[in-house]
Design a protein around this ligand. Structure first.
Ligand code: ZN
Length: 451
């Protein structure tokens, strides 16, 4: 231990784990890349629904995305991340924030003032790091495969809105966070937990009503057969259905989905317009482009997708996830309260001895000290999520939607040019949903059992 000081050892352990994690990531991506390169014929289960041309398009799209993902992991996950750690980037931003705070009319001796400026600067840098990747991803990669529906103007506006909303949320939260740690006494973690716990619940409630509409256009689902069918389905399973919306997800990208929101009481169901046949519009609607036409699911298939979503609610998946999040938060704050006075953590990321900004302590503990734990938990959560998906599928099967759900899953996969073949190791590490083939197989056996 004589040659290495504790904070250096801490830094090198952090970097080592970060590299290890990225290497696992890269190894798995390479396995999947090999699948994209080698698997050139449609799996026999899909031959009647996916033609060779679509399959080839999906393969090239998947290959493109995977190569790009690999490049991004190497640049962001390894090069930038290691340089930032090694050269004490976080400490640098903190010291700059202290220097600049007077300039912004803030008090440089107030940790809350400096902390807010620190959050802001860190977010600005974060955006600058992300933006070239987003631009390439949207306007080159997705564009090349026909999925980008954003104009440059929409993109810029969207990014600005996202930045402003993020600041409106993070700055006050940072301030209250620091304040609670400062005055909370020995058991401050309990106060932090209560604060953040309640805040997440509030956010889950207000997000769909007040925040999501800032970004996307929502229209109520037109009266008609689909709407009355959905209400019948909701009545049948006693789902407290409130309003039904269609969101113009197709402005952002052409990837389709459906979800429901609302914690207590009535829930709203949101359908992406890309889920609906011809975006839920009449076939001759002037806004429909040729590539939109014929895409989306028939009413019965939309109902099957909703039966699956309602299954998540009926089986308590939503509440289970919320409870898990709350337990996680509790553990994180508990560990934070036990470790945040440990000086080497701060020196490891480049702060001068004796300086212990609360926000940096929290970030170092959550992002780096807990990294191995986070990795394990997220793997466990992925496994659980796949189980939940099977259970929700089984729920839809119980309601008699086995065939329609299968058709819908295939339709969505084809519309989105999803590649249906995956390396098993890559898939078990990365996929929150079972693959299409796995789900179809299960639907098939469950559907037979039912009949
Ligand atoms: Zn699901």
């Amino acid at each position: 231990m004589s040659a290495l000081e504790t904070h250096e050892l801490t830094l090198y352990s952090i970097i080592l784990f970060l590299l290890l994690e990225s290497l696992i990531d890269i190894y798995l991506s390479l396995r999947q890349l090999r699948v994209y390169h080698e698997c050139k014929t449609v799996p026999k289960e899909l031959r009647h629904v996916m033609d060779a041309e679509t399959f080839e398009k999906a393969r090239v799209y998947g290959l493109d995305k995977a190569n790009y993902g690999l490049f991004k992991t190497i640049v962001c996950g390894i090069v930038i991340a290691v340089l930032e750690l090694y050269y004490g980037f976080m400490a640098l931003v903190w010291l700059r924030s202290t220097q600049l705070s007077g300039w912004f009319g803030l008090d440089p001796t107030s940790e809350i003032h400096v902390g807010c400026l620190f959050s802001l600067l860190l977010n600005v840098v974060g955006v600058l790091k992300e933006i070239p990747f987003k631009i390439y991803g949207t306007f080159v990669l997705e564009e090349r495969h026909g999925f980008n529906k954003q104009t440059a103007g929409f993109f810029v506006k969207d990014q600005i809105k996202a930045f402003v909303v993020a600041q409106v949320l993070t700055l006050p939260v940072s301030a209250v966070f620091i304040y609670i740690v400062q005055i909370g006494g020995q058991y401050f973690f309990l106060w932090l937990w209560a604060f953040v716990g309640v805040l997440t619940l509030i956010l889950i409630m207000i997000y769909p009503v007040y925040i999501a509409p800032i970004f996307d256009k929502f229209r109520p689902l037109e009266d008609g057969e689909l709407k009355s069918n959905i209400h019948e389905l909701a009545n049948r399973v006693k789902f407290p259905l409130g309003q039904l919306f269609v969101v113009e997800g197709s402005k952002r990208s052409a990837h389709s989905n459906a979800y429901f929101t609302g914690l207590f009481g009535v829930k709203r169901i949101v359908l992406f317009d890309t889920l609906l046949l011809n975006k839920g519009l009449p076939e001759d609607d002037s806004t429909l482009t040729d590539s939109d036409k014929g895409k989306g699911c028939k009413n019965e298939e939309v109902l099957a997708v909703l039966a699956h979503e309602i299954g998540h609610w009926k089986l308590g998946h939503v509440s289970k996830n919320i409870i898990i999040i709350q337990v996680q938060l509790f553990l994180i704050f508990l560990v934070f309260s036990q470790l945040f006075n440990y000086a080497p953590l701060y020196e490891a990321v480049g702060l001068p001895a004796g300086e212990k900004p609360i926000l940096i302590g929290f970030m170092v503990i959550v992002m780096y000290v807990l990294a191995p734990y986070n990795t394990l938990i997220s793997f466990a959560m992925t496994i659980m999520s796949r189980r939940f998906e099977y259970q929700a599928d089984a729920f839809a099967v119980e309601l008699g939607y086995a065939k329609e759900l299968g058709q819908a899953l295939i339709k969505l996969q084809v519309d989105n040019l999803g590649f249906p073949v995956y390396d098993w190791m890559y898939s078990s590490w990365n996929h929150s949903h079972p693959t299409l083939l796995q789900r179809l197989e299960r639907l098939n056996t469950d559907g037979k059992k039912k009949r």
